[in-house]
Write a protein of this length. Sequence first.
Length: 314
Amino acid sequence: MKKLTAQRLLPALASAALAVTLALPVGALAQELVPVGETVGIEAETDGLLVASLSKVQTASGEASPAADGGVLPGDIIVRVGKTPVSSAEDFAGALSALDGGEVELTVLRDEKTLQLGVTPVRDAEGAWRLGLWLRGGVSGMGTVTYYDPQTGEYGALGHSITDADTGVLLPIREGSICDATVSDVLRGERGRAGELHGSYDAAKPIGTVRENTAHGIFGSSDGGFEGKPLPVAEPGEIEDGPAVILANVSGDETREYAVEISALDSDNERLLVTVTDPALLEATGGIVQGMSGSPIIQNGKLAGAVTHVSVSH
């Protein structure tokens, strides 16, 4: 069993009683969907390796910064070293072992563009070739499933993209899986401080795949599906200020309804504000915490949206 906190996956979320939410894109979804609200473990491999930061290499003649000198920037995603595709630390180490001191071409993704950058490695004090990079690959953490389409087996979760904690770059997902998760405890949120769910899951027992990571969440398919009654998806004009509920799993593997209040719809009815009013949820978590992102919002018997971000100022 892998024990994790939601913070590893969702570093940008914070905790409070107020949550900014995003209405579901009706045109891209079925007319009826099962609102889920279950916490799941998420494991995914990135398509390439993200440059978390650049570093200096201590050589026999002093410090050098080969990657920086070659134009590499934090947030770049390296997909090839020379002619060798890289999607893991092992791939990169293998490509690095083949270097002979000559300039190597790195193929990187930056702002949806593909660039070729020439970097000349240097030997460190131990004689190994270095490029001066700190790299990050793979995703591991917890989040909440928003909906399941029983007709297609497709699901949506998180309500927002998975991004790198340091650079804010949306991580391109090559492949991944979701797993049943158990919430063990909660770090309660307070004004100015993020709370988070703590839990565990067994990555060896996936219940679905992760196909893509987008600004509106992660999407994929699940063979076993999720239980529940399908509800109509609310049209933007049907969402109104007033009472609603969210589905969330904040203890064990139990998903429950909690009362919220919808207010402050924006002019295009795509974003709204909900305030957690349920005494049980406020007692347990202090409001919305990391790991609850993706919790479905239901109003007047229809699926109205999903929790995406929260405010720590209230």
